[in-house]
Design a protein around this ligand. Structure first.
Ligand code: B12
Ligand code: SF4
Length: 656
């Protein structure tokens, strides 16, 4: 397909800066951990900026030239818009609806010819709220929608993008996480859950088989053997056949993995911890919600105590999320539930207020019973903006709004005070896993224990900041005891570690300083193009270069097309090529090959005559890259064009 004639699409997230410091609701931002889960942990909070994954996912699965922007500034967005796009797709969620409006206005102003496509979870909002800002609205899976809109045939199978995110502790990168998009939606249908109801309680399998999931892992392993993984699929483990097929491939591959998954107690009940570890799963996010929440995902399963206890004993880190504000809860009940949750020592905890999103049964109930607090009932936009799970939006039988919000704060803070920083909790769980499996009769689990050991050895420098700055005397002592256990198992630190540990203290203080003064908290723009000529090697660019060199009429150089799928540029030469222009052109193409990984097809079929030196210039200048160059010569070169024969001779070592 000639991508040059296809419409150009710009896909973008909302603009930066975003977050509470810029007038958004709590937890709106770029991070899952620091903005939400480990929000109370200050300098100890691990940091990872997450992109708007949907954009890369869609771009990978389209056929037209597409550019993706993650978190552009206003100026960066305007600059991009001026490049000319037929379509601009905006991904947003409900709490960034007001941000989408700003962005849409800029598109209308700076690129009035562009059609705007709105997508993402923000489209749970009613038509009246969306149609003024978009020409098309996608309420669901975006690849099929965009392909249909752009006149591309449906895909039987999706391609998977290669996306890594980077995790930092004390401002230092400690690991890279490969993102695996295995499925959308969830069949469990908890009453508050947007994810489940957005996809109508269906589970859309993006990676159909265990082998498909493993193929993505293999791509990451090839690029980064130490990568960790997150599987984005709300109930990856519920489909036991796919999960076990994946497990078998991991074991066969012989490399123990480190994977984080989302799972319910119901799904976790289907596996032994050993099966999970073989699969590579050493981290799970489980919805603890509330003891009397009555959700089906908690029914017919082993008890949370049994499951969480067994996971942690085997080295599997647990992130438990609890809900604050169920009708049955009072401050005393929340405290009691929180206490029992703390007793299970989850490695991470998230506490969110029970809030309704349009499209969920909870929303329908709140609407039908007129339960929105007055300020939100009167002004829906106000409600959309503040529905990030940190404001109480509905009337509660026992608690006022501020009371619920205080209880949420209590839960986050008490978690940090009682159990200490997450990074040490995770290290302790890994140590448990190592001790349990280091002498396992199962050789693959012994390999997994070795992986835990490698990761634990890398934790040596991080203990001193915890011993000095953890929130309470008790948690500092916990860090100290953990350090002793780790040293006892793996040996005392080498002398060089002294520098590293004080370095970690300095880094911890620097992290704290940056947080206090809100410095460097916004990510830079990430821009990526699909099926575009690698910049600056656009058709316009090459044409301008040729004009600059004053290429005579008798030679026309046509950049025929750039094939994004093959990453291949095709250049056709017609007429007569003299030495001067041959050298210039060869130099430009050499730069193209040097600065990109692209392939080059040189079509000399219509070249009537060429100077010997011109041919030599091509041959010499491009020889370094000859594995990426292919040429086609005139089939029946006329006898007078002996030079072309020379060219053929010179290029005989090239592909083509
Ligand atoms: C990863 C993630 C994040 C990441 C990255 C942001 C992102 N959305 O990519 C981070 C950590 C930053 C994040 C933060 C927040 N998130 Co979040 N996040 C998720 C999560 C877990 C996965 C999303 C994902 O990447 N899926 C994989 C991709 C491929 O699928 P997808 O996003 O659904 O995209 C598909 C379709 O939706 C559609 N589509 C999406 N965008 C577009 C755009 C166009 C133009 C088109 C045509 C189609 C389209 O096509 C895509 C391909 O099929 C979802 C829950 C879930 N499992 O879906 C919550 C979720 C999206 N987050 C949510 C919320 C509320 C937040 C926060 C406010 C924090 C919080 N309090 O929970 C912040 C706000 C941050 C922000 N800047 O907007 C809610 C949104 C609810 C709603 N109705 O608005 C969700 C659904 C969780 C939930 N159940 O409540 N989040
Ligand atoms: S199990 Fe999780 S993802 Fe599934 S419906 Fe319930 S809250 Fe949503």
């Amino acid at each position: 397909m000639d991508t040059a004639t296809q419409p150009k699409l710009l896909l973008t997230s909302v603009m930066r800066p975003i977050g509470p410091a810029y007038g958004d609701a709590e937890s709106v931002g770029y991070e899952l951990l620091h903005a939400q889960v480990t929000r109370a942990q200050g300098m100890f909070s691990p940091r990872a900026v997450h992109r708007q994954f949907s954009l890369d996912y869609m771009a990978e699965n389209l056929e037209n030239p597409t550019v993706v922007l993650h978190y552009p500034s206003r100026r960066e967005l305007i600059k991009e818009l001026k490049k000319g796009y037929e379509y601009v797709g905006i991904s947003f969620i409900m709490v960034t609806y007001h941000r989408m409006k700003e962005l849409s206005a800029l598109v209308r102003e700076h690129s009035p010819q562009s059609k705007i496509v709105l997508g993402g979870f923000g489209t749970v909002l009613p038509d009246e709220a969306l149609t003024p800002y978009g020409d098309h609205i996608c309420r669901g899976e975006g690849v099929a929608f965009m392909r249909d809109l752009l006149g591309q045939p449906p895909l039987a199978e999706h391609k998977h993008p290669f996306i890594e995110s980077r995790l930092q502790v004390f401002s230092k990168t400690v690991s890279y996480t490969g993102m695996i998009f295995a499925g959308l939606g969830c069949p469990n249908g908890c009453d508050f859950c947007s994810t489940s109801h957005f996809f109508k309680r269906q589970h859309l399998r993006l990676l159909k088989t265990g082998a498909d999931v493993y193929a993505v892992v293999e791509r990451h392993l090839a690029a980064n053997p130490d990568a960790q993984y997150t599987i984005l699929d709300e109930e990856f483990l519920l489909n036991r056949d796919r999960a076990l097929e994946f497990r078998d491939l991991v074991v066969k591959g012989g490399r123990p993995l480190s994977i984080f998954v989302f799972a319910s107690f119901k799904a976790l009940s289907l596996y032994t911890p050993e099966e999970l570890l073989e699969m590579g799963v050493d981290g799970v996010w489980v919805g603890y919600e509330g003891e009397r929440s009555g959700y089906e995902k908690r029914a017919n399963s082993k008890s949370p105590e049994e499951i969480i206890g067994a996971l942690k004993e085997n080295g599997i880190t647990v992130l438990a999320s609890m809900i604050v504000g169920f009708d049955y809860q009072t401050p005393e009940i929340i405290k009691a539930e929180h206490k029992r949750l703390m007793a299970l020592k989850p490695d991470l905890c998230q506490f969110m207020i029970y809030n309704p999103n349009p499209g969920t049964p909870l929303y329908d109930k709140v609407k039908a019973q007129n339960l929105f607090r007055k300020e939100f009932a009167d002004n829906p936009e106000h409600y959309w903006k503040w529905a990030s799970g940190f404001r109480s939006l509905t009337e509660h039988p026992h608690m006022t709004g501020p009371e619920i919000e205080r209880m949420q704060e209590y839960c986050f803070e008490a978690d940090f005070r009682e159990l200490g920083p997450t990074i040490y909790r995770v290290a302790e769980t890994m140590l448990n896993g190592y001790l349990k499996h280091k002498a396992s009769p199962n050789p693959f689990l012994r390999l997994k224990a070795e992986r835990f050991a490698r990761e634990l050895r890398a934790t040596y420098p991080m203990y001193l900041p915890g011993e000095l700055f953890a929130p309470t005397l008790r948690t500092r002592a916990l860090v100290h005891r953990l350090k002793k256990r780790v040293y006892a198992e793996f040996g005392a630190p080498a002398f060089s570690n002294q520098f590293l540990k004080w370095g970690a203290v300095a880094a911890a203080l620097w992290t704290s300083f940056k947080l206090r003064f809100n410095l460097f908290q916004n990510p830079a723009l990430t821009r990526k193009g699909w099926r575009l000529p690698p910049e600056p090697f656009t058709r316009e660019w090459l044409e301008a270069q040729l004009q600059k060199h004053n290429v005579p009429q008798r030679l026309s150089v046509l950049v025929e097309e750039y094939d994004g799928r093959r990453n291949q540029l095709k250049v056709r030469l017609e007429g007569a090529l003299d030495r001067y222009h041959g050298e210039k052109l060869a130099e430009e193409l050499r730069t193209y090959l040097k600065e990109t990984k692209g392939k080059l097809v040189l079509d000399f079929e219509r070249l009537k005559i060429t100077e010997r030196e011109a041919a030599a210039a091509f041959s010499q200048r491009l020889s370094e890259y000859r594995s990426r160059v292919s040429i086609s010569l005139p089939r029946n070169a006329p006898a007078h064009a002996a030079q072309l024969m020379v060219m053929a001779e010179m290029f005989k070592y090239y592909k083509g």
